[in-house]
Ligand binder design. Structure first.
Ligand code: UFG
Length: 334
């Protein structure tokens, strides 16, 4: 591994995916400073081996001081707003918290001489893909402000990397689920909307049933198909991306982060029933606005570019880990 020569700043490191990336970076031997405003994240989710700076990423003064004080050599940027329907009703919040805040952070990085930047992007940049599996070079036509706010950030990174001594990796996440297999973190979001989180909430008695949004899609069983990726594999992909950015400073990368296979809503709920040995009540509801039938990553680019291989890609493993964390949250009274 090429030497980084400084700490890694993780923005949004108190959130769901960010907290797992912090664990993966620390486990790989990096020193980590987290910048998080704790609006949706939790201080207890930050591993104590990392330093937590409670600040907004758009707070230039605090961010620049943190970069200097900690000798930050790379930034992994997770902080942002992530609720797709909310982005439709409050687009300016998304262009502020995602696009504008990312612009500030990139400017801080450039002015302080940070050489490497890893960005949380999303499959939502593709909108409704014309074909699946979707490839990185396929058209990016977001169908909601969330996806657009992330695509605009990708564009800024591309232009900045061409003009300044900084390279970047943007990982386009597919459907992230599961929890740290050692039980150190998991999805703790209150009022989550994601299918596997909702299903394990139902399995642990926090909900009566799970609504299935649409049974008339053009898929094998009529329900939506997604490429579910385990959060720990995704976290590991960030560590692998950092190694590549350091080793090849002239190259930047936009990479799908998925497994290249899909499961339907019914298949996910079958897995939850199997793992829990119980039957969750399924309610059949209408389609949710803006849901594509099928979203599956072509992951050949990430497999070819990074020293990364999926390790927890069985659907039942993802569900087991999500369930274990949901039970732990219950024990913690959350
Ligand atoms: N679903 C249900 N019932 C639920 C929740 C979800 O049937 O209660 C279905 C959805 O209709 C969809 C699938 O389960 O078919 C997955 O839905 P999620 O809400 O878990 O995830 P999305 O695919 O909608 O969202 C993901 C990411 C977003 C990203 C979006 C588009 O979480 O960040 O993909 O790329 F914007």
């Amino acid at each position: 591994m090429a030497k980084l020569g400084g700490k890694v700043m993780v923005t949004g490191g108190a959130g769901y995916i960010g907290s797992h990336a912090v664990l993966a970076l620390l486990d790989a031997g990096y020193e980590v400073v987290v910048v998080d405003n704790l609006v949706t994240g939790f201080d207890w989710a930050v591993d104590p081996r990392a330093t937590l700076v409670e600040a907004n990423v758009a707070d230039d003064e605090r961010v620049r001081a943190t970069i200097r004080d900690h000798g930050v050599a790379a930034i992994v940027h997770f902080a942002g707003s992530v609720v797709v329907p909310e982005s439709v009703t409050d687009p300016l919040k998304y262009y502020r918290n995602n696009t504008a805040a990312t612009r500030s952070l990139i400017e801080s990085a450039v002015s302080e001489g940070v050489r490497h930047f890893i960005f949380s992007s999303t499959a939502a940049t593709y909108g409704t893909p014309a074909k699946v599996p979707v490839q990185e070079g396929d058209p990016t036509v977001p169908i909601n402000p969330y996806g657009m706010s992330k695509l605009m950030s990708e564009a800024m990174l591309r232009d900045v990397a061409a003009a300044h001594p900084m390279n970047f990796a943007a990982l386009r996440y597919f459907n992230v689920a599961g929890a740290d297999p050692k039980g150190r973190s998991g999805q703790s979001t209150v009022g989550a909307t994601h299918l596997i989180k909702i299903a394990v909430e139902a399995a642990t008695g926090k909900r009566d049933s799970v609504a299935i949004f649409g049974t008339d899609f053009d898929t094998a069983d009529g329900t939506g198909v997604r490429d579910y990726i385990h959060v720990s594999d995704l976290a590991a992909a960030h560590v692998a991306a950092l190694a590549v950015l350091v080793a090849r400073p002239a190259d930047s990368h936009i990479l799908n982060a998925g497994y290249g296979r899909g499961f339907s809503v019914n298949q996910v709920l079958d897995a939850v029933d199997r793992v829990t040995n119980q039957t969750i009540e399924r309610r059949y509801a209408g389609r949710r606005a803006g849901d594509p039938a099928e979203l599956i990553a072509d992951n050949s680019a990430i497999l070819a570019t990074l020293d990364w291989r999926p390790e927890r890609d069985r659907l039942d493993t993802i569900v087991e880990d999500a369930l274990a964390w949901e039970r732990k949250l219950g024990e913690m009274g959350r």
